[in-house]
Design a binder for this molecule. Structure first.
Ligand code: DQA
Length: 139
């Protein structure tokens, strides 16, 4: 059974109540249950933190053990060399997800430090992006 971690960064604990016109009205906890039901053949774990260092530590922890990581680093996507370095350091394939279409938003959201060190990126397809990332890792 493949083991995959989904890692969400800052403010993504507020999904469901945070700017629902951009991020939708579903909580990630509810969506995660749906993912577990949709992928019975995957062992999924979920981690969220608002702190950059905790995200780095989690990537280090799971990146040598699991078969893949799906990460939405939130605003750290646009600022964090430390998270990019952690992704580069681990052998697990990492897929970057963004719920909103960052390219249709402010220019500071157009650059990702993580994209060049990820296997691929899924942007702007809502929560469905996490499902698509799992499908990619499964294959
Ligand atoms: C986000 C996009 C980021 O620019 C933003 O800071 C987020 C969420 C997304 O999923 O669309 O927190 O990563």
């Amino acid at each position: 059974m493949k083991k995959i971690a989904i890692i969400n960064g800052p403010n993504l604990n507020l999904l469901g109540k945070r700017e629902p016109h951009i991020y939708g009205s579903q909580t990630f906890e509810a969506y995660f249950k749906q993912l577990q039901a949709d992928f019975p053949k995957l062992s999924l774990q979920y981690f969220q933190s608002n702190m950059e260092g905790e995200l780095v530590t989690k990537i280090q922890e799971v990146g040598f053990e699991l078969d893949g990581i799906v990460i939405n680093a939130g605003a750290y996507t646009h600022t964090s060399i430390a998270i990019a370095d952690a992704i580069s350091a681990v052998p697990a394939p990492v897929i970057e997800v963004h719920i909103s279409n960052v390219y249709a938003r402010e220019t500071f959201r157009h650059h990702s430090y993580l994209a060049p060190v990820c296997k691929g990126c899924i942007v702007g397809l809502g929560l469905e992006g996490y499902k698509l990332a799992l499908m990619a890792l499964l294959n």
